[in-house]
Design a protein around this ligand. Structure first.
Ligand code: KIV
Ligand code: ZN
Length: 517
């Protein structure tokens, strides 16, 4: 094992690229910027903002982040060809130390079946791509897609070649989540030992979670000489997702005795970041998810509760405050003023404009009329629902539902559609169905509802409900979310949010280039 004590691990976040490749996730530019700002606050070193050549929406999103974020490096993904690299550079060129991240598969499976190239041809492509990218910037990363199923001697030759051509970071992805921790560590050690010029580059890892081993693989990799970790918030990403940032960072913090590394993450922003990503992507965090799941610090058994009350460390290996978890903490009541609320927002890491504070305060007052106690989670939900949701094509302006035993559920819905107010009345099997039917009628959508779930933001009968819906139209799948103390209203908002996203995604898809690696 080659553990180098005190070494700083570079945190490369790909929530907005690999994470956005999760089924049903599509973020608009404003949402990407909100997440980008939060990741900057969290302290990530490199933020992969997207795949600019994939669609005009992706290009604009990456450009916006590169133009606006100054406290981190913004990276853009590009296949190993000049067109992709040109477009990637065009998107990030105004960034602070922007990075071109180009990739090519190196496993025989991918070379034979996907790329239909020989090893020598692929080696040449990789060299040319990196040399081409290096004409734009010295900050070039090369990823050997499917590295963990590649012949390691060939892979070392590829890394040697691209480093010689100008790559400053070489990334070893476990693209299909196939690796096992001890073997992954061995592979990283092998690459370090057998790539003659590896000292001129940063060795990075990028793990997928198909066998639930992404975090374990990454920890083994850094113990064996990996210096950069590619990860996502809440572990979102293709299929079973990527390595979860919060798991790696908290493992390093909690087991510093065996993982003596440093990083630049301010762990106190983990909870707020996790929540923001979940709200904006619609990817609900499973309750038993490590670090950020709703149950991660919940103690059900009496023996455990008793132990924690006597001494927290009996059953808690991490201090919830270290991840910024103030769950259950009463933040404000009905009589709290705007000043107290603004101070609380700043404490939570939100620096809103005066106008946005006014909007959140108005929502807070309305909520406080219905709900006795307002918790941190309530405020975060309000912010996400009110501020982070940009004005869109469809907006709910009125909802009235009549339901109960012996009544046919009926919904009256008014919506602003392209600035014009429209109203309709609809029946349904239940109150939510009636509201959805009215919305479908007004928007004339042909979408199919794939998923509907309700989650309570806090405990208590007066808790706000957070609704997630997933819909599909013409093969395009999107997720929407809505929150309100009335779950029918939350459901209607979630459905409308999904329809707005569907519109964005369909128009972006219509102009997107066909994707192939
Ligand atoms: O999983 C993977 O191989 C990737 C690369 C593009 C880095 O996402
Ligand atoms: Zn990946």
């Amino acid at each position: 094992m080659t553990t180098e004590s005190g070494k700083n691990i570079i945190i490369f976040d790909t929530t907005l690229r690999d994470g956005e490749q999760s089924p049903g996730v599509s973020l608009n530019m404003e949402e990407k910027l909100q997440i980008g700002k939060q990741l900057e606050k969290l302290g990530v070193d490199v933020l992969e903002a997207g795949f600019p050549v994939a669609s005009p929406g992706d290009f604009e999103g990456v450009k916006k982040l590169a133009d606006e974020l100054r406290g981190l490096q913004v990276a853009a993904l590009a296949r190993a060809n000049p067109k992709d690299i040109d477009v990637a550079w065009e998107a990030i060129k105004n960034g602070a130390n922007p990075r071109i991240h180009t990739f090519l598969a190196t496993s025989d499976i991918h070379l034979k079946h996907k790329l239909r190239k020989t090893r020598e041809e692929a080696l040449e492509m990789a060299r040319n791509a990196v040399a081409y990218a290096a004409r734009y910037t010295g900050n070039v990363e090369f990823s050997a897609e499917d590295a963990s199923r590649s012949d390691l001697d060939y892979l070392c030759r590829v890394f040697e070649t691209v480093i010689e051509a100008g790559a400053r970071v070489v990334n070893f992805p476990d693209t299909v989540g196939y690796a096992l921790p001890w073997d992954f560590g061995r592979m990283i050690q092998y690459v370090r030992a057998n790539t003659s010029n590896i000292h001129k580059a940063v060795l990075s890892v990028h793990c997928h979670n198909d066998l639930g081993l992404a975090t374990a693989n990454v920890l083994n990799a850094i113990q064996n000489g990996a210096e950069q970790v590619e990860c996502t918030i809440n572990g979102i990403g293709e299929r079973a997702g990527n390595t979860s940032l919060e798991e790696v960072v908290m493992a390093i913090k909690t087991r510093h005795d065996l993982l003596p590394f440093t990083n630049n993450i301010n762990t106190r922003f983990i909870t707020a970041t996790s929540r923001l990503v979940s709200l904006l992507t619609g990817m609900v965090v499973q309750p038993n998810k490590a670090i950020v799941g709703a149950n991660a610090f919940a103690h059900e058994s009496g023996i455990h509760q008793d132990g924690v009350l006597k001494e927290r460390t009996t059953y808690e290996i991490m201090d919830p405050a270290d991840i910024g978890l103030t769950k259950g903490a009463l933040v404000m009541g009905k009589h709290s003023g705007r000043h107290a609320m603004k101070a609380k927002l700043e404490e939570l890491g939100y620096n809103l404009t005066e106008e946005d504070v006014d909007r959140v305060f108005a929502r807070f007052k309305a909520l406080a009329d219905k709900k006795k106690e307002i918790y941190t989670e309530d405020l975060e939900t309000l912010i996400a629902d009110e501020i982070l949701r940009i004005p869109d094509r469809y907006r709910l302006t009125y909802l009235h539902v009549a339901a109960g035993s012996g009544i046919k559920p009926t919904a009256t819905v008014s919506m602003e559609i392209d600035g014009e107010e429209k109203t309709t009345v609809s029946l349904g099997a239940g109150p939510v169905d009636a509201a959805f039917n009215a919305i479908s009628q007004l928007t004339q959508t042909g979408s199919k509802l794939l998923k509907f779930s309700v989650n309570s933001v806090t405990g208590g009968l007066d808790a706000q409900g957070e609704v997630t819906v997933r819909i599909e139209e013409d093969g395009v799948v999107v997720t929407g979310q809505g929150a309100d103390s009335d779950i029918i209203t939350a459901s209607a908002k979630a459905y409308i949010n999904a329809l707005n996203r569907l519109g964005h995604k369909k128009s972006d898809k219509a102009t997107a280039k066909p994707m192939c690696c």
